[in-house]
Design a protein around this ligand. Structure first.
Ligand SMILES: Cc1cc2nc3c(=O)[nH]c(=O)nc-3n(C[C@H](O)[C@H](O)[C@H](O)COP(=O)(O)OP(=O)(O)OC[C@H]3O[C@@H](n4cnc5c(N)ncnc54)[C@H](O)[C@@H]3O)c2cc1C
Ligand code: SF4
Ligand code: SF4
Length: 1024
C-alpha cells in the first residue's frame, strides 16, 4: 500500500504499470492497466482519485470502477473492448456522466467517450442527416449545424454537456418532445460493437444483413411470441424509456418510431444504457431550425387546474405547438426572491397564480403564429379562465423566461443541509387526462412521508419532474422505497410509464419487471444474452439489477463519515440541516459537520455536470483547456469529498486532505469564481482552494514564489525604490531564465514593471478625512497594491474622474503610517496564508468602518481586491464590521453606474469627449461572478459615440499569479486563446478595456495590445 499516488500510467511506463496498479488495487486492475497502456494510445487512469471521480454521476449512487480509460479514437475503444473481453472485465461506457439514475457507475472499466470521440463525421444538408461520434455534446453539434439552418431537436436541459452517445443510451427527451419526439424518434442508424468485438451496422430492417439481420429476426420472433403480453403491459405513452425497445416491429408509443412506418434496428440500442453494445457512431435525423416562436404564459389559480388544462392545450396549434412547460408556485417564489429574475417572472404573472404553463408555438413567421396565441386565450376562456394569458411575442422576453424556468430548478437544488431533492420517481409519465389526479395524489404521498416536492417541466407529455427532499444519510433509503411503491401504484392506476425520461440505471432497474411483467423481462434478458453473452457491458443494469435502495451502492451510505478539520475560513453557513417539509434551515454551525461546514459545502456538488459546459459564462476555464474530469469543478469537488471522507485508497484518512491527489486536482483551478456564479448549487471552488492551500502549505511549507506573491503588499513600498534595478530582470538576457530557476516565475513572461514614482509617493489634491466627512458628495478610494505601485495612472485617473463628477475623494490610508499601503489580503489568500490575510483585512476593516457606517461608498479599482471585501472578508470571522464594509464596497464602475442612474453624473457626462473607435470589453472573472460587468458597459456608454462590445470570454488565464508561474504558463496561454486573444486580434483598432491588472498583462503578452482600465479611458475622454 505504499505506492506513490497519483499513479501515472503511460505508454512509456507500461512495463511498470502492473506492479504499480496491482499494489494499490488488485492484480486484475494491474494487468488491465498494463495492457491498456501498452496496446492503446488512450489515457489509463487507475489512481484512487481518478477512479473516485468516475464513481458517480448525477444520481445518488457511487460505485468504484477498477479503472478509467479515455480513448483517443475508435481504434482505442475496440482494443480496450478486446482486452476487457480477454480478461473478463466489465465495461461501463460513459459520455458526460450526467445521468440521474446511476447509469454510468459500475465496477469494471469506465470508458470516457467525451474527451476525444467528438467528431462530426458527416452532415448531409439536403437529406437533413448527420453522422456523429458518440462523445459530441449536443450544443456543440447544434452550433455547427446552425449555419445550415438545421438543428438536432432533442433539446435536453443538459444540452451544454450531454453527449449524443449518452442521449442515445438513455433515450433522452427534450422540452419540445411533443413536437419532435425522443431520441428514438430521431436516430436513423448506428454503428456499434457488440462485446464479441463485432461491429454492427444498424439501420432499416429492410436494408439489414448479416448479424444485424439476425438480431432483428431474433427480436421480431421474441416480440411476436409475446404480443399479448406486450399489448397488455406496455405503456402506450410517448414518454416510455424503461426496458429495451422490444416493440420496434409493432411500436406501442403514441408517436411511431419512424415517420414512414419502417422498422429501424438502431432503435434497439436507444435507451439500452450501454448494456447491449458500444456505440461507435450515430446517424441522426436533423430538423429545420424554427424561424419564429411566440409564447403564451397561462396563469392558473390552482395547481390542479393547470394540470387539468394541459390535455386541452396540447390539442391546439395545428402542429405548431412545441412546448407546454410547468412552473409551480414554489419556483415562482424562488424566482421572485432573486433580483436578477424577479422582473422577468413578474412580467409573466397575472396576480398570484398557483402555477403557470409556458405554451410555445413555433413556425415560419410570428404572423402565422399569432392566431394560435389568440386561440390559446379563447381556450382558457372556454375553461373559465378568461384573461389568464400573458402573450410574449418578442424573442428577448421569451428567452429570459426560459432562463428563469431553468434557474428555478437550480435554486431548488441549492438547498443546504443533508436533506436534498432526490430523483428516483422524478419522471413518471401519465396520460394527460390523469395528470391532475396523479400529481395531486403524489403530493399527498410526499406529505405522508414528511417531505414535499416541487413540480416542473414537461406538462405537454405528462412527464412532470418532482424530487421529494430526503436525507439519504439517515432514513432516506427506506422512505425512498416507500414513496416509490406508492408512486408506482399511481402510475399503474393511470396506465402510465414509471420511467419516462431519465432512464432506469440503478434507481429504476428493479422496476422494469414491475412495469413489463416477468415474460417481457425474460425477453429483455434474452436480448441482452444475444447481444452480450459474456455479460461484459454494464452488467447488472437493465437485466438482473440490484435494489434501488441498496445503500452499499450509495454516495452517502449510513456509514459515511467526515474527517474532522479545523477550518481557517468560516464555513458555518453550510453547516446546517433542513426541514424537508418546509425547507427551513437550522442555524449556521448546527449541522454537525466535523469539518465545520467545509465538507457540507463540498458535498453541495450533486454531480449534475453543468461545469462541463463550454458556452457563455466563466466556469470552468481549466476544464475547457484540458477536458479532463480532474480539472473540472465536479472532479475537484469529488476529489475533496473523497479525501474529506477518507475514501482515497492507500492514503491515511487524516492526511488525505493535504495529499498529492488533492493538490493535483486543484492545481489548475485559477480561483476565477466562475463556479460560484455558474454552478447551480453554488460550489465555490475558489474559496475551497484557499482552505485547501492553508492546510496544504501549513504541512508542506511555502515556496519562495508563494512568499514573493503573498508578501508583495509588504515589500512593494521598499521594492519600488529599487525599480530600475528590479526591472533589469526583463531587460538583461538570461536574467529571466535565472530567476525562473529560483522563483518559479516563467522566463517567458515579463513581470509587472516597478515604478519609482508611485501613486502612494505622489501628492494628490484629495480630501482629508475631515473634509470628506463634511462633503455633500463623499467617496473613499481604496487604492490596491497593484494599481498603487505598478499602474499608478489608473488610480490617478480614477481620482480625476471622480473629482470631475463633483465628488470629494478621500484616499484610504493606514491610520498609523508604517510606509506600507492598506491591503485586502488577496495575495495572502492566493498563497494559503489565511492568518496573514485576516490581519490585513482586519486593519482594512478598522480603517474603513467609520466611513462605511456613515454610508459613504468605498470604491476600488482592482476587481479581485475590492470584491474580496464582498466575499472572503465575510468568512474571516470579522463579524458585523465586515458586513458593513461589504455593503458599501463598490467597484469604480459600479459606483459611477449607480450615480449615473441617480442622475448625479450629468455634469461629468457633459465634459466627456466623443469616441469614434470600437471598444472591446473583457470582464474580470470576479466581476462576472458578482454581476459587475454590465456596470462597465453602462459607464462606457456615458462616453458620446461609445458602442462597447463585451467579449464572450472565460478567464483570461493569468488569474493573479497563476499565469506567471512556469508550471502554468502553457495552460494559462491556452485559456487566453480560447476566446479572449482571438477576439482582441480580430479588431486591431479597437480600444480594449480590462479592469484586471493580470488580464491587461495577459492581453499584452498574448496579443501585444495595451488594454486600459475603464478609469483611464473615461479620464482620457475628459481631456487634459
Ligand atoms: C440537471 C439535469 C437535467 C437533465 N435534463 C434532462 C432532460 O431535459 N431530458 C433528458 O432526457 N435527460 C435529462 N437529464 C439526464 C441526462 O442529462 C441525459 O440523459 C443525458 O442525455 C445524458 O448524457 P451524458 O452524455 O451525460 O450521458 P451519460 O450519463 O454519460 O451516459 C448515459 C448512458 O449512455 C451510455 N453511453 C454513453 N456513451 C455510450 C457509448 N458510446 N456506447 C454505449 N453506451 C453509451 C452510458 O453507459 C449510460 O448508460 C438531466 C440530468 C440533469 C443532471
Ligand atoms: S460543481 Fe456544480 S456544476 Fe459542477 S457538477 Fe457539481 S454541482 Fe454541478
Ligand atoms: S474557480 Fe474557476 S477554475 Fe476553479 S473550479 Fe471554479 S470555475 Fe473552475
Amino acid at each position: 500500500m505504499n505506492a506513490p499516488l497519483p499513479l501515472k500510467v503511460t505508454r512509456e511506463t507500461a512495463a511498470q504499470a502492473y506492479e504499480q496498479v496491482a499494489r494499490v488495487s488488485n492484480e486484475v486492475a494491474g494487468k488491465l492497466a498494463a495492457r491498456l497502456a501498452a496496446e492503446t494510445c488512450g489515457e489509463v487512469l487507475f489512481s484512487s482519485a481518478d477512479r473516485g471521480r468516475y464513481a458517480t454521476d448525477a444520481s445518488i449512487y457511487q460505485v468504484m470502477p477498477a479503472g478509467v480509460f479515455v480513448p483517443t479514437g475508435a481504434p482505442d475503444v475496440k482494443t480496450a473492448l478486446d482486452i476487457c473481453r480477454d480478461m473478463g472485465v466489465p465495461i461501463v461506457p460513459r459520455g458526460g456522466g450526467t445521468s440521474q439514475c446511476g447509469q454510468t457507475v459500475g465496477t469494471g472499466l469506465v470508458i470516457d467517450h467525451a474527451k476525444h470521440m467528438r467528431n462530426i463525421v458527416d452532415v448531409d444538408v439536403d437529406k437533413r442527416t448527420a453522422v456523429v461520434e458518440p462523445g459530441i455534446v449536443l450544443d456543440h453539434l447544434n452550433a455547427a449545424l446552425k449555419k445550415h439552418g438545421l438543428w438536432y431537436p432533442v433539446d435536453v436541459s443538459t444540452a451544454a454537456q450531454a453527449t449524443l452517445g449518452g442521449m442515445a443510451g438513455n433515450n433522452s427527451c427534450g422540452s419540445r418532445s411533443i413536437a419532435y419526439g425522443n431520441m428514438v424518434h430521431n436516430v436513423l442508424g448506428a454503428e456499434a460493437w457488440t462485446s464479441d468485438g463485432h461491429l454492427l451496422q444498424l439501420g432499416t430492417w429492410s436494408g439489414s444483413s448479416g448479424k444485424a439481420r439476425e438480431l432483428g429476426a431474433y427480436v421480431r420472433t421474441l416480440a411476436e411470441e409475446l404480443q399479448p403480453a406486450i399489448h397488455q403491459r406496455w405503456p402506450t405513452v410517448m414518454r416510455r424509456v424503461g426496458g429495451y425497445n422490444l416493440d420496434i416491429f409493432d411500436p406501442r408509443s403514441e408517436r411511431p418510431y419512424t415517420t414512414d412506418g419502417s422498422v429501424n434496428l438502431s432503435h434497439l440500442l436507444i435507451g439500452s444504457e450501454g448494456t447491449l453494445a458500444l456505440t461507435k457512431s450515430l446517424t441522426l435525423q436533423l430538423a429545420e431550425l424554427p424561424k419564429a416562436k411566440v409564447l403564451g404564459v397561462v396563469n392558473f389559480p390552482t395547481f390542479y387546474r393547470a394540470m387539468d388544462a394541459a390535455q386541452y392545450i396540447v390539442k391546439i396549434g395545428d402542429g405548431t405547438l412545441t412546448a407546454v412547460e410547468l412552473v409551480d408556485r414554489t419556483m415562482i417564489d424562488l424566482s421572485l426572491q432573486n433580483p436578477a429574475f424577479a422582473p422577468t417572472i413578474r412580467s409573466a404573472l397575472i396576480g398570484q397564480p398557483a402555477a403557470i404553463l409556458l405554451v410555445e408555438f413555433s413556425g415560419a413567421s410570428k404572423a402565422d403564429l399569432l392566431p394560435h396565441l389568440k386561440r390559446l386565450g379563447e381556450l382558457m376562456g372556454d375553461l373559465l379562465l378568461p384573461d389568464s394569458v400573458v402573450e410574449m411575442t418578442d424573442d428577448a422576453p421569451q428567452k429570459n423566461l426560459w432562463e428563469v424556468r431553468k434557474a428555478g430548478l437550480n435554486i431548488m437544488m441549492s438547498l443546504k443541509g443533508d436533506g436534498k431533492p432526490v430523483s428516483f420517481i422524478e419522471d413518471c409519465a401519465v396520460p394527460l387526462e390523469h395528470l391532475a389526479e396523479y400529481t395531486d395524489a403524489l403530493t399527498e404521498v410526499f406529505r405522508k412521508y414528511g417531505s414535499k416536492g416541487t413540480w416542473y417541466a414537461h406538462a405537454s407529455v405528462g412527464t412532470l419532474h418532482v424530487r421529494p427532499i430526503l436525507d439519504m444519510r439517515r432514513e432516506g433509503a427506506p422512505k425512498m422505497r416507500a414513496i416509490a411503491e406508492e408512486a408506482s401504484e399511481l402510475v399503474r392506476k393511470f396506465k402510465g410509464a414509471y420511467s419516462g425520461e431519465h432512464g432506469d440505471g440503478l434507481c429504476r432497474g428493479e422496476w422494469i419487471t414491475w412495469q413489463f411483467g416477468p415474460q417481457i423481462n425474460e425477453a429483455f434478458a434474452k436480448i441482452k444474452q444475444f447481444m452480450d453473452p459474456a455479460g461484459l457491458l454494464s452488467p447488472g443494469r437493465m437485466v438482473n439489477p440490484p435494489k434501488m435502495d441498496d445503500t452499499r451502492l450509495m454516495r452517502f451510505p449510513p456509514a459515511y463519515q467526515v474527517i474532522p478539520i479545523q477550518t481557517s475560513l468560516d464555513w458555518r453557513a453550510w453547516d446546517v440541516q433542513n426541514n424537508p417539509a418546509t425547507e427551513q434551515t437550522s442555524a449556521p454551525g448546527s449541522g454537525g459537520d466535523p469539518a465545520q461546514g467545509f465538507a457540507k459545502a463540498v458535498e453541495m456538488c450533486n454531480n449534475n455536470g453543468h461545469c462541463r459546459k463550454f458556452d457563455a459564462g466563466t466556469m470552468c476555464p481549466s476544464y475547457r483547456v484540458t477536458r479532463d474530469e480532474k480539472h473540472l469543478t465536479r472532479g475537484r469537488a469529488n476529489t475533496l469529498r473523497l479525501a474529506l471522507s477518507g475514501q482515497l485508497d492507500g492514503i491515511n484518512a487524516q492526511d488525505a486532505f493535504t495529499s498529492e491527489p488533492v493538490r493535483e486536482a486543484l492545481d489548475l483551478c485559477v480561483g476565477c469564481k466562475g463556479c460560484k456564479r455558474d454552478c447551480p448549487t453554488g460550489v465555490d471552488m475558489a474559496k475551497m482552494k484557499v482552505e485547501f492551500l492553508y492546510h496544504y502549505k501549513a504541512k508542506h511549507g511555502y515556496t519562495l514564489k508563494d512568499k514573493l506573491v503573498a508578501r508583495l503588499p509588504d515589500y512593494a513600498h521598499w521594492a519600488s525604490r529599487f525599480a530600475p534595478l528590479l526591472n533589469l530582470r526583463d531587460k538583461i538576457p538570461g536574467l529571466a531564465a535565472l530567476s525562473e530557476k529560483f522563483t518559479g516565475f516563467s522566463a517567458k513572461r515579463t513581470l509587472p514593471q516597478w515604478q519609482s514614482r508611485t501613486f502612494f509617493n505622489t501628492l494628490h489634491a484629495t480630501a482629508t478625512r475631515e473634509e470628506l466627512l463634511a462633503a455633500s458628495k463623499p467617496v473613499v478610494l481604496f487604492v490596491d497594491t497593484f494599481n498603487g505601485y505598478f499602474e499608478s495612472d489608473n488610480a490617478s485617473s480614477a481620482v480625476k474622474v471622480l473629482q470631475a463628477g463633483g465628488y470629494a475623494v478621500h484616499i484610504a490610508a493606514k491610520t498609523k503610517a508604517d510606509g506600507k499601503s492598506l491591503c485586502c489580503g488577496r495575495t495572502y489568500l492566493a498563497s494559503g496564508m489565511v492568518d496573514e490575510a485576516k490581519a490585513k483585512a482586519t486593519e482594512l476593516v478598522d480603517t474603513l468602518l467609520p466611513f462605511a457606517e456613515r454610508g459613504i461608498a468605498i470604491v476600488g479599482l482592482e476587481p479581485s481586491c475590492l470584491l474580496t471585501m464582498r466575499d472572503e472578508m465575510l468568512v474571516m470571522g470579522l463579524g458585523e464590521a465586515a458586513q458593513t464594509i461589504s455593503g458599501q464596497a463598490l467597484l469604480f464602475e459600479e459606483f459611477l453606474a449607480r450615480e449615473a442612474t441617480a442622475g448625479k453624473l450629468e455634469g461629468l457626462k457633459k465634459k466627456l469627449q466623443p469616441v469614434d473607435q470600437a471598444i472591446l470589453l473583457h470582464g474580470h472573472c470576479h466581476q462576472k461572478a458578482f454581476g459587475a460587468v454590465s456596470p462597465i458597459l453602462d459607464v462606457l456608454k456615458l462616453i458620446p459615440g461609445a458602442k462597447p462590445e463585451l467579449i464572450e470570454s472565460s478567464c483570461c488565464g493569468m488569474a493573479g499569479s497563476f499565469g506567471y508561474e512556469a508550471s502554468h504558463y502553457e495552460v494559462s496561454m491556452q485559456m487566453a486563446e480560447l476566446s479572449l486573444l482571438p477576439a482582441v486580434r480580430k479588431q486591431p483598432d479597437a480600444i480594449v478595456v480590462a479592469d484586471g491588472t493580470s488580464c491587461r498583462h495577459q492581453i499584452r503578452d498574448g496579443a501585444q495590445r495595451e488594454a486600459v482600465h475603464v478609469a483611464v479611458l473615461i479620464a482620457r475622454q475628459l481631456g487634459a
